[in-house]
Design a binder for this molecule. Sequence first.
Ligand code: GLN
Length: 542
Amino acid sequence: MTRFIFITGGVVSSLGKGLASAALGALLQARGFKVRLRKLDPYINVDPGTMSPYQHGEVYVTDDGAETDLDLGHYERFTGVSSRQSDNVTTGRIYSDVIARERRGDYLGATIQVIPHITEAIKEFVVSDLTDEDFALCEIGGTVGDIEGLPFLEAIRQLGNDLGRAKCMYLHLTLLPYIPTAGELKTKPTQHSVKELLSVGIQPDVLLCRAERDIPDGERRKIAQFCNVRQDAVIPALDVASIYQVPIAYHEQGLDREVCRYFDIDAPAPNLSRWKSIMDRVTKPEGEVSIAVVGKYTGLLDAYKSLSEALTHGGIANNVKINLNWIDSEIFESEDTVHLLDGVHGILVPGGFGERGVEGKIAAATFARERKVPYFGICLGMQMAVVEAARNLAGIKGAGSSEFGQCQNPIVGLLTEWERDGIIEKRSEDDGMGGTMRLGAFDAVVQKKSRIQDIYEGAEVISERHRHRYEVNLAYEDDLVAKGMMFSAKSPDGVLPEIVEIPEHPWFIGVQFHPELKSRPFEPHPLFTSFIGAAVEQSRLV
Ligand code: GLN
């Protein structure tokens, strides 16, 4: 029997609902339950794939090729459960499905309305694709009171009725702001936010209250009384130094105890030993390395969420703290700024779209290659490293990428055809932008005796997640190989390059996929473990 926990947020956005959901998922898992986490996003885009990372942060890609909200990354990292297409839905997708059904005639004769048609579609989504899960945690994006969120709140309210309250719990995350002049944490915004929830018929069962300092008992009592929640179910969620501390902190405050109590489950205490050992490593590193991330969306770190987490995991694996130096690649487009990279122990050029800043990324790759600093190129970062090698090692004039317009030698070109599970997928230049990239997990065959094969511990075939439209053009392979670059993994049909490396360099690797999406604190991705290991070596030299 699957029980549902609906997680809403109030007072302000950015309270960390995704992390709170992920942490609760991890705690229930640590008590031996099977969990699944889902996100319902009220915005009208069909998925976040067409949104700027500045609007929405990173687009998280699942194995089955869905472009999803970055909270799914938290879910995967905290629970180790791979997310699926069926774990994220938006208003846009719900409406487009309902409208497609209407056009097919599925509702013949009816007037299509938000209630019941849209709410029914949301409810169908919430209960779909579940098998033997003990808990499905469904986070509702946005903040209570948003107009777009109303159909979602109505749907989860109805589910409480349809499935019975014994199978549904409502958890509401709020903020208690601290007012220094009064020297107090204020409960009024929480009271108002619960009122707002009550106005749509939802009585929260547990309140998780974010606060920067201890919540006095008197304030907890007040919240309990005004919000009609038992005092034990008003759980303080105090700020912590590392996100990996959150499950332990919430457990200590009784969050999972309250959930078990609500559902009347007598579960064993959670085994949190692996969370404790992660915390030890995060809080007591033996050294530190500095890594420069040369990218485009450095103004909003959520744009690189999985990347910075994967680097942290690489640090955990090597027992070092990572000092991240975010650098806007455009800075390197004026020549005298490469000294900003002096003394860094590793350079990472992440994925990205569009022409702005690419010459700076190429300059960073030149610096890393020539000065023998570890270089990790991911997706666009790999493509630009190959363009760099084509220009400066192989002397190919006008080497570039057709993503940025016509060029004399398109080292990187539009990908129009690829195979997945025996089926050929085709794209053309005129296709729309939404959901049309090479998306999701694909196998790659690893070259024997390459550094990559060592990193992947001898694996012959690997599977990694993709999200890109362009691809390195194998027509230039021979020229590049002659100058010391190795194409060390390709798609099984040999048509698409997946990994390049420079064997003569201490650590120079470019990958066409996004390894950061599969890195987890308990299983750091081998590429990040190895890259940070190389940075540790580098730190001994400089
Ligand atoms: N813009 C490049 C492409 O579409 C790289 C994409 C990426 O870095 N994710 O191929």
